[in-house]
Design a protein around this ligand. Structure first.
Ligand code: DC
Length: 236
């Protein structure tokens, strides 16, 4: 007959939250998605939430410069994920939020404090159960200031322009490298200089420049850091 050894606790692999921040086109989402798959974590694309709100404003002709109007309509918006894909009021809009018409207004929309508070509250709820990889601009500083692992991703301007250019070309969009550079630098400016929750590297974030690293090389680094963090918080 087996006796239960009450002193022997079951070994549970602890899950942590991983915050990945950085400027546009540093490869955050590609990395975050693959990392989540490898760790069997949930991936949340926080930028898609701002994009879905921008799409709602476009569809409903909301003047996003009128912040009173914005605050009034936010309660009509429900954001959720179908796997890794964003839904707006239960409609999968993942492809539509990646179009240029949304990209053109999302940065100013993401500067609006009521919009940010709305998204941050939901992002924090997603992280309650742990085991989340979330990428964005303020994840390590505002959304999960207590995240066990924070990464600030960087890449050289040339590499970022080339990646974005090839991505758009692959999608059949006719753009020049110079257009891409101008758009990237403008978005950097808006993201880093907005008054409310600007893009910042959290003090305790690890900086990872991936200009010369493949995705799997980055994942190897990060999985080691995850294992270190998990080992340091795991109880016997
Ligand atoms: O990561 P992305 O390009 O999909 O983000 C779209 C916009 O949303 C971009 O202008 C930055 C903004 N954003 C933000 O302000 N905070 C986040 N956590 C994620 C994105």
């Amino acid at each position: 007959m087996h006796t239960l050894n009450k002193n022997k606790r079951k070994q549970v692999k602890r899950k942590i939250n991983i915050a990945i921040d950085g400027f546009s086109s540093t490869g955050k989402s590609t990395l975050a998605k693959k990392l989540a798959e490898q760790l069997a974590y949930t991936y949340i694309d926080s930028g898609a939430m701002y994009r879905a709100i921008a799409l709602y404003f476009l569809r409903h002709d909301i003047d996003y410069e009128d912040h009173e109007e914005v605050a009034k309509v936010l309660p009509n918006i429900t954001l959720s994920f179908e796997g890794q894909e964003i839904c707006l009021n239960n409609e999968n809009v993942d492809a539509e939020v990646r179009t240029l018409k949304v990209a053109n207004i999302v940065s100013p929309v993401a500067t609006i404090p009521s919009v940010r508070d709305f998204c941050v509250a939901q992002q924090q709820a997603f992280g309650k159960k742990k085991g989340v990889v979330m990428d964005g601009r303020d994840i390590g500083t505002v959304v999960f200031p207590q995240a066990e692992l924070k990464i600030f991703l960087g890449a050289s301007e040339e590499v970022r322009v080339e990646r974005r250019y090839l991505e758009l070309k692959y999608k059949g969009q006719e753009v020049s490298r110079e257009d891409v550079r101008t758009n990237l630098l403008k978005r950097d400016e808006i993201d880093a200089n907005r008054e409310y929750n600007p893009l910042r590297k959290a003090e305790d974030a690890i900086e990872l420049d991936n200009s010369a690293l493949s995705v799997s090389e980055q994942i190897d680094f990060i999985v080691n850091w995850v294992n270190d963090r998990v080992a340091s918080i795991e109880i016997d």
